[in-house]
Write a protein that binds this ligand. Structure first.
Ligand code: S3P
Length: 432
């Protein structure tokens, strides 16, 4: 599908983005190996989550989905109840699926091959294979290039070990903790910078003993079983991000974004925008299924350029491209440090963010792992050939929504990876 976009006179209304992608993957995977049945509501039903569901079904887990209500029932098979599948496990475009599955499959006796689409075939898996093999697992990159296809020869890691992670990645951390469920002792890891902690929260709620001290996380001993948990999933702050950014930079905006997950380890976008001067209010704060949730009231704002430290980046990793868009409208320069991980997402998001925003008339460069965004720009409509990276397509959509003139976007369908109703919500908020 293609789309022409021009700036509406106003942005108004209420939006409820779909369920959190990270929590959706985890609630399915962890409940699949828990001891009973569980109900998951607010589940994100997008292509990435469907990859996780299909894989769990191939591993012998019954998952019933009531599509209209984003509710599903997972029939847990217990920690040792997964079956060796007949054929390869296709993770599609989903890095989270592949990385978490690698950890989980160390616990199943058998040889299982994981494959992925063209984008996933380029994403580094050595960051998982290295530490897990060092701990005693037997995981192989088929072409010895650290990429997928990956074969997991199921073999538990050894307990009593400590791993110092070189990369700040919640996916790597989660894979190690999942493998730790099948080890014969404790599993300790130290993160260079704290990353999202949904895994620790959910496994703890299911009865695993996890201690967290600064950036040190320890699964104290593998549990005998995980208690199934009914989970109510909040809206994904990463899917709220396009609307947050659109509203702060549009000259006449006031929107309400409902039921958004505001877990502190995902709060980077709000912290960064508030220090730039954004007009953001959080109301109706509550805790649901061990996750902080709130409604966000966002209004047009006057922004100032700032320096974003590398410690904040993992808290906003998927939102950095949109934050760069906001920084184009700020007074003065913005610098964002520690952006190297952007290069290994669903696409090279550092290059693509710079290309897309500069095509709209932005002035963004990068130098030594710092993104530098010149502020006070006037973005102008352009023609964008969208890639298969969902977040880059949404970035182009929001840039087009704010730019002067009429932009045209070609091939906008990749939003189905994380936000199938994105273009619907896009049209709903625009008022002429
Ligand atoms: C995710 C963690 C992040 C994020 C990805 C989802 C997760 O990746 O970019 O979209 O669910 O754990 P890294 O932690 O590997 O940076």
């Amino acid at each position: 599908m293609d789309k022409t976009i021009s700036r509406p006179a106003k942005l108004r209304g209420v939006v409820k983005p779909p369920g959190d992608k990270s929590i959706s993957h985890r609630s399915l995977i962890f409940n699949a190996v828990a001891n009973k049945q569980s109900l998951i509501s607010g589940l994100l039903l997008s292509d990435d989550i469907l990859s996780t569901i299909r894989i769990l079904q191939k591993l012998g887990v019954q998952i019933d989905i009531a599509e209209n209500e984003n509710i599903c029932k997972v029939y847990g098979v217990g920690l040792h109840g997964l079956q060796v599948p007949q054929d390869d496990l296709d993770c599609g475009n989903s890095g989270t699926t592949m990385r978490l599955m690698i950890g989980l499959l160390t616990g199943i006796k058998g040889n299982i091959q994981l494959i992925g689409d063209q984008s996933l075939q380029k994403r580094p898996m050595e960051r998982i294979i290295g530490p897990l093999n060092q701990m005693g697992a037997n995981i192989l990159s088929v072409n010895s290039d650290g990429l997928c296809p990956i074969i997991v020869h199921g073999q538990p890691i050894n307990g009593g070990q400590e791993i110092n992670l070189e990369i700040a990645s919640a996916q790597v951390k989660s894979a190690i903790l999942l493998a730790g469920l099948y080890s014969d002792g404790s599993t300790k890891l130290i993160e260079p910078i704290a990353t999202r902690d949904h895994t620790e929260r959910m496994l703890t709620a299911m009865g695993a003993q996890i201690s967290i001290k600064d950036n040190q996380i320890e699964l104290i001993e593998p549990p005998n079983y995980l208690n199934s948990q009914n989970i109510d999933i909040p809206s994904d702050i990463s899917s709220a991000a396009p609307w947050i950014i659109a509203a702060v930079i549009h000259p006449d905006a006031e929107i309400l974004i409902e039921n958004v997950g505001i877990n502190p380890s995902r709060f980077g976008i709000i912290k960064i925008l508030v220090s730039m001067g954004a007009n953001i209010e959080i109301i109706n704060r509550k805790t649901i299924s061990n996750e902080e949730v709130g409604d966000l009231v966002i209004k047009s704002s006057v922004l100032n350029g700032i320096i974003v430290s590398k410690e904040l980046v993992p808290q906003a990793i998927d939102e950095i491209p949109l934050i760069a868009l906001a920084a184009c409208f700020a007074k003065g320069e913005t610098q964002i440090a520690g952006i190297e991980e952007l290069k290994v997402k669903e696409s090279d998001r550092l290059k693509n963010t710079i290309d897309i925003l500069n095509q709209f008339g932005g002035n963004i460069t990068s130098c030594k792992q710092v993104m530098i965004i010149e502020g006070s720009r006037i973005l102008k409509a352009t023609h964008i050939q969208c890639s298969d990276d969902h977040r880059m397509t949404m970035l182009a959509g929001i840039a087009g929504l704010i730019a002067d003139g009429t932009s045209s976007l070609v091939n906008i369908d990749s939003v189905s990876i994380s936000y199938p109703s994105f273009w619907n919500d896009f049209d709903l908020l625009s008022i002429n």
